[in-house]
Design a protein around this ligand. Structure first.
Ligand code: 2P0
Length: 321
């Protein structure tokens, strides 16, 4: 194998119908599908090169043992999937191009970028569906970030872009100041699966919400999509809150932001919210309404805003090898 280097970038995604529960932890297979919108400029850029020894550098600093081992194990898996007996030592240099420490999900963009750059550096050819399936092993949500726009993740463990979507949405992300350490998604969803009495009902609801959300997208029915998205995120959090002990990801400023988005919507502005496994609120709206949404959310105390638009698929930024 020649000395090889590859750089790729991928965007984060925010789910409208959420992934919260696995049916097979060893293979990181979800218990249900999910549906997301890939968002720019929530972007990770990653370079992978064959080197003298393994090394992982995240945001300018040598990574801690945990994240470094997770990235390197993932590269082992890529090599295995491609039928390689062993892989060469690799140096990974990755940057999040959005404010770090904001608590915004970076595992989706991170593992999607690592999949594309890692496969290229190892000189492995794969189609996007296969890359998506591989990315899932790094992080379930990363399978969706291989693609741009609206993306459907299948229960079988790979994602694909949704065709024939007539709606163009952007988002205002309300980053809520938070000094607590959240329970990460992997641990949080496993704890919920084991201890929440609502978990089975949640998984059934996801299946129903997925079908309805896809139909709403095809029908360009924004009100219906808004109802499904808000209902789905509240159900995900209700399920997590019902775990023992309960997982409560919200802060007071989370509710303040939700209140504002609901107020705007009832005054006729087509906007709606979702909340991931953290305190931040994402307000979706068609791009022509985002200025109005941003104005309404700007003076919320203890928060700052990131404006985002639909992003493209994960892609290589160079082809040097
Ligand atoms: C989602 N989340 O659908 C949901 C909503 C968080 C809340 O996908 O264990 O970090 O690495 O497969 O991908 C976060 O889950 O979990 C997530 P793992 P991941 O966006």
């Amino acid at each position: 194998m020649g000395r090889s280097v590859a750089t790729a970038r991928a965007h984060a995604n925010i789910a409208l119908v959420k992934y919260w529960g696995k049916r097979d932890s060893a293979n990181n297979l979800p218990a249900a599908g999910s549906l997301s919108l890939t968002l720019e400029p929530l972007t990770t850029q990653t370079r992978v090169e064959v080197a003298e020894r393994d090394q992982v550098v995240l945001n300018g600093a040598v990574a801690d043992a945990g994240p470094a081992a997770r990235a390197l194990r993932f590269l082992d898996l890529l090599a295995q999937k491609a039928g390689r007996e062993e892989r060469p030592p690799l140096r990974v240099v990755s940057h999040n191009l959005f404010p770090t420490g904001a608590g915004l999900a970076s595992s989706a963009s991170g593992f999607a970028a690592l999949t594309v750059a890692g496969a290229a550096a190892l000189e492995i050819e794969a189609d996007p569906k296969t890359l998506s399936e591989w990315a899932r092993h790094g992080s379930g949500s990363a399978a969706r970030s291989i693609f741009g726009g609206f993306v459907r993740m299948h229960r079988e463990g790979w994602a694909e872009p949704l065709e024939d979507v007539g709606l163009e949405l952007g988002a205002v992300v309300v980053v809520v100041d938070d000094h607590q350490k959240d329970v990460g998604s992997t641990d949080g969803m496993e704890h919920t699966r084991r201890t929440s009495p609502y978990h089975d009902a949640w998984i059934r609801q996801v299946d129903a919400d997925l079908a309805a959300a896809e139909q709403a997208l095809r029908d360009r029915d924004l009100q219906r999509l808004a109802d499904i998205t808000e209902g789905n995120t509240l159900a995900m959090h209700a399920n997590a809150m019902a775990a023992r002990p309960g997982l409560l990801y919200w802060r007071p400023d989370t509710l303040a932001a939700v209140d504002r988005v609901r107020g705007l919507r009832s005054s006729g502005v087509p906007t709606f919210f979702t909340i991931d496994a953290g305190p931040h609120v994402v307000a979706f709206a068609p791009s022509e309404h985002l200025d109005r949404v941003e104005r309404e959310l700007r003076d919320l105390p203890g928060t700052r805003l990131i404006r985002a638009r639909a992003g493209g698929p994960a892609e290589r930024l160079d082809r040097t090898s």
